[in-house]
Design a protein around this ligand. Structure first.
Ligand SMILES: Nc1ncnc2c1ncn2[C@@H]1O[C@H](COP(=O)(O)OP(=O)(O)OP(=O)(O)O)[C@@H](O)[C@H]1O
Ligand SMILES: [Mg+2]
Length: 187
């Protein structure tokens, strides 16, 4: 069972959820995909193997990407056509050596042109360039259960805060037993 997604009164723009398997991670990713707008940036943080690429794969699938989504570790960024009229950029900055390389990726320009970007290891420099983003942290923090993950979503900046209620409702409605919002009202 997934644990309920929780927004605490102290941190109203932070949502925490525990998922028990890949399907739970995908449920969160699909929820994020559902509220994406042109120009959005999503930063994925977490240890090697936490599930950042798996999350991106589910998000891409929800946007209608049919090509296989593979880790862009050696190319730093890959671009996918979606069904929703915006391109999806998937970057992985694990091998980033210099900040100048972030600029070279041209994420900023492509987001201004209406793409959406999901960046693994994005905390390595992207927030300095693009302060408004959805920060997602994945952690495999239950050794006794290999497929369990804790997932934290944090809305940074007005564009994400505007959609926060919509996003938390979407996550709550997809994670069984969740009480983050009132999912019943969506149906
Ligand atoms: N609940 C889960 N969420 C995400 N991945 C899961 C989950 N349970 C099992 N997995 C597995 O864990 C692995 C996660 O690998 P993934 O490549 O997505 O990690 P990553 O965070 O992108 O690592 P890296 O930093 O190397 O890019 C996959 O094999 C996936 O199937
Ligand atoms: Mg990865």
């Amino acid at each position: 069972m997934s644990s309920p997604a929780v927004v605490s009164p102290e941190e109203p723009f932070v949502l925490r959820a525990g998922v028990s398997d890949l399907a739970g991670t995908a449920a969160v990713a699909i929820s994020v995909a559902g509220v994406l707008r042109a120009g959005d940036l999503v930063l994925l943080t977490g240890e090697l193997g936490a599930g950042k690429t798996a999350f991106t794969r589910a998000l891409a699938g929800a946007l209608g990407v049919r090509e296989p989504v593979t880790s862009p570790t050696f190319t730093l960024v890959r671009q996918y056509r979606t069904d929703v009229g915006v391109d999806l950029l998937h970057a992985d900055l694990y091998r980033l050596e210099q900040m100048a390389e972030v600029l070279d990726l041209g994420l900023h320009e492509q987001l201004e042109d209406g793409a959406v970007a999901v960046v693994e290891w994005g905390e390595r420099g992207v927030p300095a360039l693009l302060p408004e983003h959805l920060a997602i942290t994945l952690a495999a923090d239950r050794p006794e259960r290999e497929t369990a993950r804790s997932i934290e979503l944090r809305a940074v900046g007005a564009p994400w805060r505007e959609r926060w209620a919509e996003l938390t409702r979407a996550v709550a409605s997809r994670l069984p037993g969740s009480t983050a919002a009132d999912p019943g009202r969506q149906r």
